[in-house]
Design a protein around this ligand. Structure first.
Ligand SMILES: N[C@@H](CCC(=O)N[C@@H](CS)C(=O)NCC(=O)O)C(=O)O
Length: 232
């Protein structure tokens, strides 16, 4: 029996944040096929493990506790696995980083594919994307991050803020090379952190396994096709 149970589509995207925190924390988790995920999405809210609209949903088996919404799950796991700072400033900044990352995912996918990318829309989005990259960089550098040392939040050890930041940028960069170029060119400092965190044993193993399990998929669906079409 695994420690946790994760409901998320068989692609990296949002689920990868949770997988990476669990992997770094040395915890096991089980996953579900698309039919089971659709089944719990479509249940009446009072029959869901936690009332929710869209996955991921994480179930902590030992504590019999279920949770949805990326920033909430990331904070829960951060506390549960001792991966967030103990100060209120550090905890709030972790929460800010988690929410920033979730906003970037919404923007990259035009709110989950409500609209599709065109070259014109992408070109006008690029300066905003670069600003997001600088926002992550600046959050780190205000707390001592440099290209080759330290972490996002002045912490002595790698935590949720570093994992979420790394998964956000490395996952898309590994699957969409044009994105890697934008990130590296905009912030060598941020990319330095991402490379260091991505090279740690558990996260490197997860990344390898994700390519085996999901191929080159990023977020899936028509929105991934439209993103790939503008990123040539
Ligand atoms: N705000 C939620 C967003 C959840 C979400 O949009 N999930 C997507 C997959 S990334 C989904 O399948 N949504 C189905 C739906 O909203 O009907 C979170 O942060 O977890």
């Amino acid at each position: 029996m695994t420690d946790f149970d994760l409901y998320y589509w068989p692609v990296p995207f949002r689920g990868q944040f949770i997988r990476a925190i669990l992997a770094h924390g040395g915890r096991s988790w089980g996953e579900h096929d698309g039919a089971s995920i659709e089944e719990i999405i479509n249940r009446d809210v009072d029959m869901q493990p936690i009332s929710f609209m869209g996955p991921p949903v994480l179930i902590d088996r030992e504590r019999q506790f279920a949770l949805s919404q990326i920033p909430a799950i990331a904070m829960y796991l951060g506390e549960r696995l001792d991966l967030i700072p103990t100060t209120s400033k550090g905890r709030s900044l972790t929460n800010k980083v988690d929410n920033d990352a979730n906003d970037v995912l919404d923007e990259l996918t035009l709110s989950g594919g409500r609209d599709m990318w065109t070259a014109q829309k992408w070109n006008s989005f690029v300066p905003r994307l670069q600003k997001w990259i600088r926002i992550f960089e600046n959050t780190g550098t205000r707390n001592g991050l440099t290209a080759d040392s330290n972490f996002m939040l002045d912490a002595e050890k790698l935590g949720v803020a570093d994992i979420v930041t790394t998964i956000l940028w490395v996952t898309v960069a590994d699957r969409l090379p044009a994105m890697r170029q934008i990130i590296v060119d905009t912030s060598p400092t941020l990319w330095g952190l991402c490379e260091r965190v991505a090279a740690t044993d558990a996260i490197a193993a997860l990344n390898r396994r994700s390519f085996q399990d999901y191929g080159n998929a990023y977020c899936g669906g028509e929105i991934e096709k439209s993103l790939r079409a503008v990123l040539v």
